[in-house]
Design a binder for this molecule. Structure first.
Ligand code: CAO
Length: 400
């Protein structure tokens, strides 16, 4: 049986963004559209995004104009949709109120579209209790979402009353908004543990100093970072559990590649470009690639592809401060290595106190994927790998 129903098409979730600009209206009123046919195009941070029709039918109204700013849940079009109903659904449509355990009566005075009314019916929500944010107080799908979040304090956003403060609002960049949402999800969903330890890099630093100039002459910059990225990639091979992603309770994904993300501090917020296939690159090329990616990040020119696919992330605050911190695992990755400034500390070697250059490492990991003993073994190997590299002499830059 085919039924014709008036349906609203709304802006979908924008991957963490609150708003997006309409850059193109693809169809006009009166057009017949098929399921998945594009209705409008939205500008997203990284690419244009088509909003498809979930229904087949005639477009009755396009509710937005080019250049309008829209948010998830805003109605973009109304369609006279052809609905092919399964037998069970036909029965439900024919006698819904009789069969509903507790029918919800929605008064006509409520200002809400058919989509919102249907959701309210299905969920047993009293629309009189929900505040509408649409024009003339119309209740939009996003208002239902906000209402439900308010019912569930675990996921609700706390709204603070700032009226007692003297302040000016500061608008957050779209990178900052995305990063905040992602970090919150990682923080809330991952049981995280952080191990702290010092790695003795005295000999490695001496070697770095002797290789710095040669690296600079070839267009690179030999900070500790490219060397540590190579150390990490070797550790991913030796400790494959660190090259796994969380998928679900029953499955983890063992990665075949060795891609390392680097946290880069930019004026617009934190970005994490990824150095791909580190196993195929020597330290010299990694140092050049860090410079390129960091520059692109600073200029806001990184592509989505350049930020995808990391197995593990390294976050270096080594140019700023020593001590430890607790980096947040960048899901779906299972671990992140935080590095801070190496400092000379008195160490006891062979019964004598000797100054050694110690690098603070903070390793955070997803305890569902990695155990404490795995992390301890990983950090022990970290020291062995650094010692191995310290013996490379002239071969440091071409170590791959
Ligand atoms: N110990 C001692 N010195 C260090 C060091 C360390 N662990 N790490 C870097 N340094 C030194 C470098 O050797 C360099 O000194 P020289 O110029 O004398 O060689 C200086 O500090 C500056 O280094 P850099 O920052 O230019 O280069 P980098 O390769 O270490 O890092 C980059 C590059 C882009 C990753 C970094 O600049 C950056 O953006 N880090 C921020 C990461 C971040 O914000 N993390 C927090 C995430 S959670 O909010």
């Amino acid at each position: 049986m085919v039924e014709r129903v008036r349906k609203e098409i709304v802006v979908p979730d924008l991957g963490g963004h609150q708003q997006s600009r309409v850059i193109e209206i693809i169809v006009t009123s009166g057009a017949m559209v098929k399921i998945d046919q594009g209705i409008i195009t939205l500008e997203s941070e990284k690419a244009a995004m088509e909003v498809p029709s979930p229904y087949e039918g005639e477009v009755l109204e396009i509710c937005v104009n080019a250049n309008d700013m829209v948010s998830p849940g805003d109605v973009i079009a109304v369609i006279d949709a052809k609905e092919r109903l399964e037998k069970k659904e036909v029965e439900a449509v024919q006698k819904p109120v009789l069969e509903a355990a507790e029918p919800v009566v929605i008064s006509d005075s409520v200002h809400a579209g058919p989509f919102v009314r249907r959701i309210a019916q299905e969920m047993g929500l009293d629309l009189d209790q929900i505040k509408g944010s649409g024009s003339s107080g119309q209740i939009m799908p996003k208002d239902i979402e906000a209402y439900l979040r308010g019912q569930n304090p675990k996921t609700s956003q706390i709204e603070y009353d700032l009226s007692v403060y003297d302040y000016e609002p500061v608008m957050v960049s779209s990178t900052g908004v995305y990063a905040a949402k992602h970090l919150m999800q990682c923080w809330q969903s991952i049981p995280m543990v952080t191990h702290h330890c010092h790695i003795d890099i005295t000999n490695l630093e001496a070697l770095r100093q002797t290789s710095k100039e040669a690296c600079a002459e070839m267009g690179g910059k030999l900070t500790l970072l490219p060397i540590l990225i190579k150390v990490l990639q070797n550790l991913l091979i030796e400790h494959p559990v660190f090259n796994r992603l969380w998928q679900d309770e029953k499955t983890h994904a063992q990665l075949k590649s060795h891609h390392v993300g680097i946290a880069v501090d930019t004026p617009n917020g934190l970005l994490v470009p990824v150095i791909k296939d580190v196993n195929c690159k020597d330290i010299m090329s990694i140092s050049k690639e860090i410079l390129q990616l960091a520059n692109l990040a600073q200029e806001g020119k990184l592509s989505t592809h350049q930020m995808q696919g990391g197995s593990i992330t390294i976050s270096s605050l080594g140019h700023l401060i020593d001590g430890f911190f607790t980096p947040i695992v960048n899901a779906p990755q299972a671990s992140i290595v935080g590095v801070t400034k190496a400092t000379l500390v008195p160490s006891v070697i062979g019964g004598r106190i000797t100054p050694r250059l110690m690098l603070p490492i903070s390793l955070s990991y997803d305890h569902r994927v990695i155990n404490g003993a795995d992390a301890a073994r990983f950090l022990r190997s970290f020291q062995s790998m650094v010692d191995e590299m310290s013996a490379l002499n002239d071969a440091l830059l071409i170590y791959s």
